[in-house]
Design a binder for this molecule. Structure first.
Ligand code: TYM
Length: 335
């Protein structure tokens, strides 16, 4: 059987990039008969980016409700919070001790923070926590604790997956046995990097996101209307390839509908009409899920029960795995 695993950091409210890049492909995979799926809220990762307890707590609930509203079946999927699995930070330490510091020096998020400091003439490590530096090791532990084969993510996570493989290989090599499966990234080319309002990657850190559920249909419409377009007038042909509107449309439409939208743009559809078409397409798919989301978010006790159950299922796998690893490194009992 194939194990599919993915997580979302709980620092905000889910956006269309999270949905198309991770949630949608992950749920599709979880419905296959030969798949065991593990989906989780990466709330330890959230502490690297946010020291606002209310924000982290709210985001954990919103992201859990979103997964469920988008069709995750907790009977089929092991669905949990990272912080409910103590084996994950425990494994993180074992992995830390075999991870080359030089590997972490190359991590994009850490490097970007250092580069920003250098550019502004600050001390290179100003404001950089050891948590940010260790981010890829914690993520490797998430994946390796469950021997995941496939990890559905957007393109921005490829480097983290490569690092998880490197770390797994290193551990297997040092301790002389195939303790860990080497995980593979699973990326849908069409949505690998969904653009945001300004054409850059849709990202919480760029503040250019289109919310999946937050704010309802009204916020969705307002966001779509704010997508940046060029100055071509109604009647003038538009270039679909350079337009994030088209990229967004294609990520949600059938091939036939996307082709029709493309020709309409090329024959002069106005940006206003194009935005309305994108909104209609999105709203058609999101509205039924949003209804479930609104019902779920009002029942935190129900969600809590599902997550507690998920944590039990996850630990039934992670606890024996961790015991074996403790033995392997020499931390088993004396008898
Ligand atoms: P996070 O929370 O930033 O994003 C969650 C998922 O959404 C995808 N994504 C996108 N995909 C396409 N286009 C976009 N614009 C876009 N923006 C976000 C991300 O690629 C990701 O798949 N480190 C991870 C969370 C994590 C994790 C893991 C993932 C922790 N442990 C183990 C997989 C396996 C993160 O911060 O994703």
């Amino acid at each position: 059987r194939t194990r599919v695993l993915t997580g979302i950091t709980t620092t905000g409210t889910p956006h269309l990039g999270n949905y198309a890049g991770a949630i949608r492909p992950a749920i599709a995979a979880s419905r296959r008969e030969d798949v065991d799926a593990f989906f989780f809220m990466a709330d330890y990762h959230a502490l690297i980016k946010s020291d606002d307890p209310a924000r982290v707590a709210r985001s954990r609930l919103e992201i859990a409700a979103s997964w469920l509203a988008c069709g995750l079946d907790p009977e089929r999927v092991t669905f949990y919070r990272q912080s409910d699995i103590p084996e994950i930070p425990e494994l993180t330490w074992l992995l830390t001790c075999v991870t080359a510091k030089g590997l972490l020096n190359r991590a994009h998020a850490y490097k970007a923070a250092v580069d920003r400091n250098v550019e502004t003439g600050e001390d290179p490590d100003a404001g950089v926590t050891a948590g940010l530096y260790m981010y890829p090791v914690l993520m490797a532990a998430d994946i390796l604790a469950f021997d995941a084969h496939k990890v559905p993510v957007g393109r921005d996570q490829i480097q983290h997956l490569e690092m998880a493989r490197d770390i797994a290989q290193r551990f297997n090599h040092i301790y002389g046995e195939d303790f860990f499966v080497l995980p593979e990234v699973q990326i849908e080319e069409q949505v690998a990097t969904l653009p945001g309002l300004d054409g850059r990657k849709m990202s919480k850190s760029y503040d250019n996101t289109i919310p999946l559920f937050a704010g309802g249909a009204r916020a969705l419409r307002e966001a779509v209307m704010r997508i940046v377009t060029d100055s071509r007038l109604p009647g003038e042909p538009k270039d679909p390839e350079s337009s994030s509107l088209y990229t967004l449309y294609r990520a949600f439409a059938s091939d036939t509908d996307a082709a029709a939208f493309r020709s309409a743009l090329e024959s002069g559809l106005s940006w206003g009409e194009a935005k309305q078409a994108l909104f209609d397409l999105l709203e058609g798919q999101i509205a039924p899920m949003r209804e479930r989301y609104d019902a779920l978010i009002a029942q935190p006790a129900h969600i809590e029960a599902i997550l507690q159950d998920g944590a039990r299922k996850a630990r039934a796998i992670a606890t024996p795995k961790m015991a074996r690893l403790r033995d392997a490194v020499g931390l088993g009992s004396h008898v």
